[in-house]
Design a binder for this molecule. Structure first.
Ligand SMILES: Nc1nc2c(ncn2[C@@H]2O[C@H](COP(=O)(O)OP(=O)(O)OP(=O)(O)O)[C@@H](O)[C@H]2O)c(=O)[nH]1
Ligand SMILES: [Mg+2]
Length: 421
């Protein structure tokens, strides 16, 4: 993937729409987040425009008068690119670019651009390229030559300035190659994961809104040095570290890519396999930025992604981070009595968090007394791999065993469990 370095800071105008039922405040907050995304992408916001509207105009997204206003604002600010907070159809994008005489893109393209800049591993790059190509494929046709030659701008960079001029079929071929490549990575990961299952080490994942402090928290808890930055989507690659609990027990904790409102579904699709670690976790640490103006909205956005990756049923421990920056936590504590409040940077609350994690792990494994007939060597072998055998005696009737099992594997041995003990 070739990324073209920008030698200038691109000037951007943001456009948001308030539809019936939207709160104007929420739209403003969404635009502020869009501005943060622009900053992360290395460009400057020079203007903002919002319109109250009943429905999207199929041709231009905005109404006629507003398009004129946007054109004037674009000239006045001499912006390079206009970014819409809502998704544009390929036709709207083309029409707007024609009228405005400059690049028009949407939030999805901007997020994809940031992912393209931040991808480091081979797998991360393949995932982002797949998402970008899926996004661009329906947008290829009819894009003006002059615009496609304006290289190096947000939404036009990334894999293949030249690839974009190739025909559809070659892009589709590339998409299926990337899918195969990603399948191979996933298969390898499953082999590693199955050896982990055999050793019955519990696993947890850090999930949460981008920039909430997930990587900072894994560093604080596991004494590791995962990359941390005050930018959105600093982490794209999943990293797994071992964490030791107060009782000396260990478990595996994974740091994952952050989520955001309106996360492009192309990205969720192509990151699906790296996010399998989340679905297969014994529990999640859902990290929320305690300084966020809208913690409820951010948590909702995270849960929506969890549903999309089929991880909504994994147990979760809610962790509010960055409490060193918050003067009054009383409202949050009242709203979320079950949450743990920490500062990954200053260390507050980490002991409490470790204790809660240890309790969660203990809760999920219990000791059972089992009787297995001598003829059922298969069940015994299974028990060896799925649980932890604490003691075993063999009698004429069979094996008498005490074993530690988690709720997931209990079902396999239910008929052998002796209810007393
Ligand atoms: N003051 C303060 N800052 C924090 C704390 N935890 C993290 N930060 C800062 O918040 C920013 C984001 O931290 P990261 O750990 O990279 O956040 P993340 O959730 O991994 O973000 P992405 O990987 O980009 O989604 C960095 O500038 C951190 O230094 C905290 O407890 N207190
Ligand atoms: Mg991170």
């Amino acid at each position: 993937m070739t990324l073209i370095e920008r030698s200038f800071r691109e000037k951007i105008v943001l456009v948001g729409a308030v539809f019936p039922g939207d709160s104007p405040m929420a739209v403003e907050e969404s635009l502020t987040e869009l501005a943060l995304l622009v900053d992360t992408a290395g460009a400057d916001v020079v203007g903002r425009l919002t319109q109250r509207m009943a429905a999207r105009d199929p041709g231009y997204f905005l109404g006629k008068g507003k398009v004129e206003e946007l054109k004037e604002l674009s000239y006045a600010t001499d912006c390079d690119t206009v970014i819409f907070d809502d998704e544009l159809t390929p036709a709207q994008q083309r029409n707007l670019e024609k009228v405005l005489g400059r690049t028009a893109i949407d939030r999805t393209a901007l997020i994809l651009d940031i992912f393209a800049q931040n991808a480091k591993s081979m797998e991360g790059k393949a995932q982002v390229e797949l998402a970008l190509l899926s996004y661009r494929l329906p947008r290829l046709r009819g894009r003006g030559i002059s615009l496609s030659q304006q290289t190096g701008r947000i939404g036009t960079r990334g894999p293949g300035e030249t690839k974009l001029e190739e025909d559809r079929r070659r892009i589709q071929a590339r998409i299926s190659r990337l899918k195969h490549q990603l399948d191979d990575y996933a298969k390898n990961r499953r082999v590693q994961a199955s050896s982990r299952v055999a050793s019955r080490t519990q696993t947890a994942s850090l999930v949460g809104y981008t920039n909430a402090g997930k990587s900072s928290l894994i560093n604080a808890l596991c004494d590791s040095d995962v990359f941390v930055e005050n930018k959105l989507f600093a982490t794209l690659d999943t990293r797994t570290r071992r964490m030791l609990l107060p009782g000396g027990e260990g478990f595996l904790l994974s740091d994952t890519v952050g989520f955001i409102k309106k996360l492009p579904h192309q990205l969720i699709e192509s990151f699906r396999s790296t996010l399998e670690v989340v679905r297969e976790s014994d529990f999640l640490l859902h990290v929320v930025d305690a300084t966020s103006p809208d913690p409820h909205g951010q948590m909702r956005a995270v849960r929506e992604v969890l549903i999309e990756i089929d991880a909504e049923n994994v147990r979760e421990l809610l962790v509010f981070n960055k409490i060193d920056l918050v003067e009054d936590l009383s409202t949050l504590r009242l709203d979320f009595p079950q949450a743990v409040f920490v500062s990954a940077v200053r260390g507050d609350g980490l002991e409490e968090l470790r204790l809660q994690i240890a309790a969660l792990i203990r809760e999920q494994t219990k000791i059972y007394y089992l009787k297995i007939a001598l003829s059922r060597g298969d069940i015994l072998a299974r028990l060896h791999s799925e649980g932890e055998i604490l003691s075993m005696t063999s009698t004429d009737e069979g094996y008498e065993i005490t074993a530690r099992l988690d709720s997931g594997s209990l079902g396999l041995f239910e008929e052998f469990v002796v209810p007393s003990l």
